[in-house]
Design a protein around this ligand. Sequence first.
Ligand SMILES: Cc1cc2nc3c(=O)[nH]c(=O)nc-3n(C[C@H](O)[C@H](O)[C@H](O)COP(=O)(O)OP(=O)(O)OC[C@H]3O[C@@H](n4cnc5c(N)ncnc54)[C@H](O)[C@@H]3O)c2cc1C
Length: 350
Amino acid sequence: MLEKDIKAQLNQYLELLENDIVLKVSAGEDKVSNDILDLINEIASMSTKISVEETKLERTPSFSVNRVGEDTGIVFAGIPLGHEFTSLVLALLQVSGRAPKVDQSIIDQVKNISGEYHFETFVSLSCHNCPDVVQALNIMSVLNPNITHTMIDGAINRDEAERRNVRAVPAVFLNGEFWNGGRITIQEILAKLGEGPKAEDFADRDPYDVLVVGGGPAGSSAAIYAARKGIRTGIVAERFGGQIMDTLSIENFISVKATEGPKLAQALEEHVKDYNIDVMDLQRAKRLEKNELFEIELENGAVLKSKSIIISTGARWRNVNVPGEEEFKIKVLHIVLIVMVRYMKVRMLR
Ligand SMILES: Cc1cc2nc3c(=O)[nH]c(=O)nc-3n(C[C@H](O)[C@H](O)[C@H](O)COP(=O)(O)OP(=O)(O)OC[C@H]3O[C@@H](n4cnc5c(N)ncnc54)[C@H](O)[C@@H]3O)c2cc1C
């Protein structure tokens, strides 16, 4: 089932498996079930660390990725090829014991979450934003036994997608209710669950020389400029990266012919982290006051002090508060952009 090149790559990854894992398959007589069985058996034949069991899961066809004797709660209801193949490979590695590539502070926050969280993410195999969401929620399931995550391919679970009113992907449901539409990072998931840093986590911050509010391209370059002068610099950002996180194709950033928004944001973050800049991501500034120093109060109640403040809060899409807005937002945005690009091309050809 797997093409030769992909199989060669997969072989290399499977050598990194640390412990035995069990793939439990819930299959019927239909074609998709047969395809899932073919894929699972082919993967299992490539490593002695992988075994396959038949089982009955909530959806058929589907399969789960587990440790020996312990279910992780990671389920794929569909065939994770296309953009989701990486999600499958990472799930195999992480369930086998390889540490996910996220900061230790995030790992600790996920492990400390109490309460039961059952996530389901509707995806399509051609969706660029879906794998990030699937991988973030899979990491959370690997780290915390109270969290489960099922990736649902909307194309082969059409009735369910229709019934649950899924209009755009990725669409995340939490404990049965719609919870998030569009790309979301693990830090954003934690913040949305109310598990992000608390006011006391900021209590020991000394005053800054420059505190930048906003972590888009403007705020990042201001912070880098300041930090290069050797002064104490911080960034408070509701969402690091800013608006470029919402766009895929960027072709007018001089000296980089073409890139994607999230990639550019990641490069910004790496550049910022090269300097001694205190980045406080997923923190919203709600009040600015000038006393002896400037004081910025965050949504969580923490107060940060600084000799000077740079405000680079950019712009954001305004909500019109109509039903279905969250689910449709990303889809509509992409359609608008495609129409704009086509319109401009037609104008240029005339
Ligand atoms: C869909 C889309 C496609 C685009 N495509 C392109 C393109 O191809 N080429 C191009 O040149 N430009 C493009 N742009 C525009 C480009 O993204 C913006 O010009 C650029 O991001 C502006 O940078 P900025 O740092 O000023 O603000 P923003 O990117 O808006 O960043 C603002 C920052 O401030 C933070 N913030 C806001 N309020 C608060 C608060 N109260 N507390 C803490 N933080 C806060 C935000 O979370 C964010 O980090 C596009 C924009 C969109 C939405």
